[in-house]
Structures are given as C-alpha cells and as structure tokens.
Ligand binder design. Structure first.
Ligand SMILES: Cc1ncc(C[n+]2csc(CCOP(=O)(O)OP(=O)(O)O)c2C)c(N)n1
Ligand SMILES: [Mg+2]
Length: 596
C-alpha cells in the first residue's frame, strides 16, 4: 500500500471523484491541505474568496447548475463556523457540497488549544455543524480517512443530496500512513428509486378519474433531471403544472401548461388551479408554508378534499404537511418514466379540456391585471419593468442567481425560466448573500453562459467582497443590485403588522433620515469592476445588454421603487400576528373543506 499524507489522500480522492474545484479560505488549521493542492493544481483548482460564507454559497450554486459537487475548505474554529449559514441554505434546498473543515491536533484535544470548541466535547465542530449537514465525519487518524471519505461522498450524492462535513484534525492532514485509495462514490443520479407496479397502477387509476388534475413540481424534478419526461407526460395528458421556485424551468414556463409559482407571491392562475383541483400530483415538492399559503385551506390548496399523490425520494417529505392519498417513495424521473411506459401500453388519462379552458380564463384575468406595469417607464424604476427587461435581454440558457428579499418575490411571480437549472433560489432558508455569492460558483459551473445575480442592496452589502474574487479569478458575473435603500421585504411586513411604523428596516443617515447607501458603482470601480448606476427605466435594458456582452465582472446599481408591492395572490401568515393585505383573487373553500 502506498504511504501517503492524509492531505494527499484527500486531494487524490477529490480528483478521483471528478471534483474540479476547492473553494476555501486558509487558516493555520488547514495549511497542511494547501501544499497537496498546490502539487495537484493542474488537476484541481483552489479558489479562495474573501469570506467562507461565499465559498460555501459558491459550492452550493455550482452543484445546482451542474449537478456535480465541489468541495469547500475552511480552517478550525471561526473559519468553519462561517459556513454554518450557507450549509443550512444548501441542506434546506437539497444541494450537495463536501465541506472539509480543519480542527485542532488530536494530541491537544480537550486542552483548550487555540480555536478549539470543547465545553461539552473535544474538538466539537461536529456538534456545531450537525443540524445543517446530512452527516458529519471526524476521522482522527489517517487510516480512518479512506472509509470516511468514501462514506462522505456517497452520503452527499445518494437519495436526497445534501452537504456533508469531513472534519479533519491538523495532524491528520500531516501524518503519513499506508493507505489504499477508496473507490469513487457512485456519481449523482446513478442510483434511483422507483415506484412499485401497484403504485403506478393506482396513480394512473386516480389520474383517469380526475377532472381537474394539477402537477406540483419542486427541486426534486430538477435534481432528477426529469425535464424531458415531465414535458412529455404533461403534454400527453394535458395536465397543468405549478412549480416551486427550484423546479422552475423543468417545464418551459412559456408553455401554455405552465402556471408559474403558487402561494402569496405566486401567479393567480396557479393559486386558482391549486384550490380548484380535484387531484394534485406533487413531484419532488414539499408544500412549505410559502408555497401553501401557510397551509390555510382555500388560498392555494384544498386538501383533503383534493386528492393527493405525493412522490419524493425522501420519506420525511411524504405527508409532512398533507397526508397523501397515495405516497410514493421514488425518484421523479423514474416515476415519470414508469408512468409514461404504462401510457405507451394504452393506459389513458382523463379529458382535461374543460379544466384547461377554466385555467385559460384565470390566466387572461391575471395577464390583463399585470400587463400594463411591464411597460411603464419610471424613475425610480417599477419592479416589473426590471424583471421584464431581464427577460428581454437574457438568452434562455442564462443563469439567474437570485438573492433574498422583495426583489426575489418579483422574480418568483414573473420570471419565466425556459430551462432547468437556470434560476437559482435560496428557497428553504433564504440565506442573504446566496445569489450575490452563488453567482460566482454558477459561472464556474457554466463558463460559457451569462450569469446574472439579482441581489438586493441589503444582500449585496452582506458580501460586497465577491467583487474582489471576481477580479482575482476573472469570473465575469453581472450583479444587478436591486437598490431600494432598505431591507424592504421586512419593512413591508413591519408596516403591515405594526401600525405603519418603520424602525430598523430602511437605510438612513442622520436625524432627518436621509436615505443612505454606498455609491455601489464607485465601490465596484474601486475593486476593479466596471459599473454603472441606473436610475431611469429607459436605461436599464441597454445597460444590462452591455454588461452581459462585455463578458467582464460588472455591477449595475439599479434604483427600484421601494413603494410598489408585489400583488398577493395567496397568503402568508406568521401566527399569531395578523397581517392583512389585499389578495388578488378569492379564497375558495369547497363544501367539504374544513374552514379555519
Ligand atoms: C442572513 C440573513 N439575515 C437576515 C435575513 C432576514 N431578511 C430576509 S429579507 C431581508 C431584507 C433583504 O434586503 P435587500 O437585500 O435589500 O432586499 P429587498 O427586500 O430590499 O428587495 C432580511 C433582512 C435573512 N433572510 N438572511
Ligand atoms: Mg433592499
């Protein structure tokens, strides 16, 4: 057996698993990893951003675009604590990364050496990170590494993907042992679960009886790479599709069967279809509060009056919020292929023409309501206008890395993703900085396609050093800073719940509350990034076109009207505080649905 340092084994194992990048930041704890990475620099590239949070968001976004994992590398103590939030962001959205963290030397465990967390247990990063990863491993000798690495990689990519941690004490990077390189883990999506023949038969039977069927797709469909099968299935049976943000683009959102997103910030036809449906097939989607109008019947859904078939790879998601009439533990693509095979054998669905006609009317009502605002010119700019101009300028394969806030609500409501993996959203955790930082990882995953981050002024100022990384490594991302001079999503909640008072939710300078923000264009230029400030809607489209064409890191500081709010078409509640806002559309409660 070859004699190797632990850090060499880790490096070679990453390479053997086709991992092209390590995103990470040095520290005394992980310096031992830097030298093997230097030796292998032609086969694996170290990118070192200015904050660990950025490294982990980059890894997360890289996986979402490419469905291939990369690794992060952080040092002991504070450096690794900085990735807790992005790990939670990745975990809640089922995105994978191998988070290699460093720890203190095993010989110093429990002596409180520099940067050891040990109040309850020695070198206790494992318990810090535990809730935000699928699994954490802490090999304490080099001969433990082969098993830990193989299990970590396999866990990360199997079933429902997610981040996995390997916590490596300083000496384990450095020490040598005779170790065998473990076999690579099965690549993502090579092992898939499927439905039983009985489940497929029952699903088809329920479909054939349904008059108003709807498909609700989530990230599980994207992760399963089931876009082609999904499209074939819904076109064949004429079933409309509602999408959660991370499912967007699996069905081209210009397809007449695509209804968009559901819930408070969804599209009216989606909520109408959801609450009037007699059968919902949820595929890799999980009915979180934001896509279920906080589970209040009649806004988005009407379970249990509506029948539910729920298909997911994770048993914990089947029936978490709505007990399904038929729960199927299966990969979305396998399930669709199984259903399509039965349809080939002559099985049929039901006649959905009347249902699609109803939906057509809801769509027409909605479009009449929203259309005028997409055309309006104003300064500051109308939010719809920014979305519309992005849509007009960006090619279908461009990747939008969305950050968090009211700006994101507008994109959820109106963005039309044309292809899977082109709209990245921090959905489950809403980690601010995900879009602004993730865009760098997305661009490395798809170097030939435009990558545009949509980031609020608040989100951007959480990670402004992304500009340094873009320059240092020449990563040509365009940042559209949606500048409304505040944490406006939260301001709107505050205004709605607390008598119209604003406190701590806008950016002000001085006693007279003058709106404040840095001059983002100057900030960018000081980092060596081209930039322009856009205050009039007439100028945005051209500026974006220019930025995308320039193929350089670019910042557009876009001043957007903070006082235009996205229309609510469902609801969202934070019990027990009432939050009343006008809803476009009517709550619908079928007789049998339990009223709240
Ligand atoms: C790290 C983190 N901190 C706080 C929050 C709570 N939060 C959600 S949206 C938001 C404001 C976002 O402000 P901005 O980026 O300017 O977007 P806007 O709503 O103004 O469009 C805040 C503070 C969060 N989701 N993540
Ligand atoms: Mg803002």
């Amino acid at each position: 057996m070859p004699k190797m340092k632990g850090a060499e084994l880790i490096t070679e194992y990453l390479i053997a698993n086709d991992i092209p990048y390590v995103f990470g930041i040095c520290g005394h704890g992980n310096v031992g990893m830097l030298d093997p990475l230097y030796q292998a620099r032609d086969r694996i590239r170290l990118i070192s951003p200015r904050h660990e949070q950025v490294a982990a968001h980059m890894a997360d976004a890289y996986f979402r675009v490419r469905h291939k994992p990369v690794a992060t590398l952080t040092s002991c103590g504070p450096g690794s604590c900085n990735i807790i939030m992005p790990l939670a962001t990745a975990l809640t959205d089922s995105s994978a990364m191998l988070a290699i963290t460093a720890n203190v030397p095993t010989s110093q465990f429990n002596r409180s050496p520099f940067q050891e967390v040990n109040r309850h247990f020695q070198a206790d990063f494992v318990n810090i990170v535990r809730p935000v990863v699928k699994r954490s491993f802490q090999p304490t000798r080099v001969d433990m590494l082969p098993l830990a690495l193989r299990q970590a990689m396999t866990t990360m990519l199997s079933g429902r993907p997610g981040p996995v941690n390997v916590d490596v004490p300083f000496n384990v990077f450095q020490e040598e042992d005779e170790v065998e390189m473990p076999p690579p883990a099965p690549p993502f999506n090579t092992q898939r679960s499927g439905a039983s023949p009985e489940e497929i038969a029952r699903a088809l039977d329920m479909l054939s009886r349904a008059r108003r069927p709807v498909l609700f797709i989530g990230h599980g469909v994207t992760l399963a790479e089931a876009s082609a099968e999904l499209t074939q299935f819904v076109r064949r049976l004429g079933i409309p599709v509602i999408s959660s943000p991370n499912g967007m683009g699996c069905l081209d959102m210009n397809d007449p069967l695509s209804l968009g997103f559901i819930g408070r910030n969804g599209a009216f036809p989606a909520n109408e279809a959801g609450r009037h449906a007699d059968l919902v097939i949820a595929l890799g989607a999980r009915f979180d509060d934001r896509s279920a109008s906080s589970w209040i019947p009649g806004y988005s859904w009407n379970f249990p009056t509506t029948k539910l078939i729920h298909v997911d790879v994770d048993p914990a998601e089947l029936g978490r919020n709505y007990p399904p009439d038929l729960g199927i533990l299966a990969d979305a693509r396998t399930f669709l292929r199984q259903i399509l095979a039965e349809l080939e054998r002559g099985q049929s669905g039901s006649d959905t023409r009347a249902w699609l006609a109803d939906i057509g009317q809801w769509r027409a009502t909605w479009e009449k309501f929203i259309a005028p605002n997409f055309e309006l010119h104003a300064s500051p700019i109308r939010p719809e206008r920014v979305v519309a101009d992005c849509q007009a300028v960006l090619p279908d394969d461009a990747i939008l890395a969305c950050d968090v806030g009211v700006n994101h609500n507008w994109y959820m409501q109106f963005w039309r993703a044309r292809r899977p993996q082109t709209m990245l959203n921090s959905w489950g955790f809403s980690g601010m900085g995900f879009g602004a930082a993730g865009a760098l990882g997305a661009k490395l995953a798809a170097p030939d396609r435009p990558v545009v981050a949509i980031a609020g002024d608040g989100c951007f100022t959480m990670v402004p050093h992304v500009l340094c990384t873009a320059v240092e490594y020449d990563i040509p991302v365009v940042w559209v800073i949606w500048n409304n001079f505040g944490w406006v999503s939260i301001r709107d909640i505050q205004l709605g719940m607390f008598g119209g008072r604003e406190h701590g939710t806008m950016f002000h300078q001085g006693d007279n509350k003058k709106p404040y923000n840095p001059d983002f264009a100057m900030l960018a230029k000081s980092c060596g990034v081209d930039a322009v400030t856009v205050t009039r809607s007439e100028d945005f489209r051209g500026a974006l076109e220019h930025a995308v064409k320039s193929n350089k890191p670019y910042v557009l500081d876009v001043h957007v009207d903070a006082d235009v709010r996205p229309p609510a078409t469902g609801t969202w509640e934070l019990p027990p505080t009432p939050f009343k806002e006008p809803v476009f559309g009517k709550r619908f409660l079928p007789d049998a649905a339990p009223a709240k």
